[in-house]
Design a protein around this ligand. Structure first.
Ligand code: URA
Length: 210
């Protein structure tokens, strides 16, 4: 199976992303821009939601009007940076169910270890959109998706702001069935696992930590 990769090249997304990348952009602006971009990414990531119709009454007549089919979708944020994307997406999909996955890296094994996992029920019947701004090595994303599949998720999409080619390759190897939607595929990862040119540490930049 080939990995489906969508790069959202809309001018507004690209313009806002450039502002976010700039080293002098303040925490407040960074957070605001991420919020705005997440609206635009939410629009793209939900483009193929299944539709049905329902009969409604307008003031003039009855009509069969389009409406989204199926169970409410699940948004799963990979802590902590995922929350920056989550908030904006919830503006557009306020009825979505929400889950959280917390992982840290064991410094000896270098493997992701789960410290928090809480997800909506009946994942098997929901489109599950996993959000994390940075697809870097892909190790934590692949591990989070392993856990979500174990919890029943079958229909997943991974949404990020920036992806490194290394992370895309890792996801392709581990989860070729999970499409990736991103605003940019950057050049490479550096020796510290940062995406280059990237935007630095997304969590630090959105929360003002260092
Ligand atoms: N996580 C980040 O926040 N930034 C990177 O460049 C890579 C991983």
């Amino acid at each position: 199976m080939t990995q489906q990769l969508t790069v959202v090249d809309h001018p507004l997304v690209q313009h806002k992303l450039t502002l976010m990348r700039e080293v002098d952009t303040s925490t407040k602006s960074f957070r605001q821009l991420l919020h705005e971009i997440s609206h635009l990414l939410a629009y793209e990531v939900t483009r193929n939601l299944p539709m049905t119709t329902k009969t409604i009454d307008t003031p003039l007549c009855q009509m069969d009007a389009p409406t989204i089919d199926g169970k409410k979708l699940a948004l799963v944020s990979i802590l902590r940076a995922g929350n920056g994307l989550l908030d904006g997406i919830l503006d557009l999909i306020p009825n979505a169910r929400v889950g959280f996955v917390g992982l840290y890296r064991d410094e000896e094994t270098l493997q992701p270890v789960k410290y928090y996992f809480k997800v909506p029920a009946e994942l098997e019947d929901r489109l599950t959109i996993v959000v994390d701004p940075m697809l870097a090595t892909g190790n934590s994303s692949a591990a989070a998706i392993d856990m979500l599949k174990e919890a029943g998720a079958k229909n997943l999409i991974f949404l990020c702001l920036l992806a490194a080619p290394e992370g895309i390759a890792r996801m392709k190897e581990a989860h070729p069935d999970v499409p990736i939607v991103t605003a940019s595929v950057d050049d490479h990862l550096n020796d510290h696992g940062y995406i280059v040119p990237g935007l630095g540490d997304a969590g630090d930049r959105m929360f003002g930590t260092k």
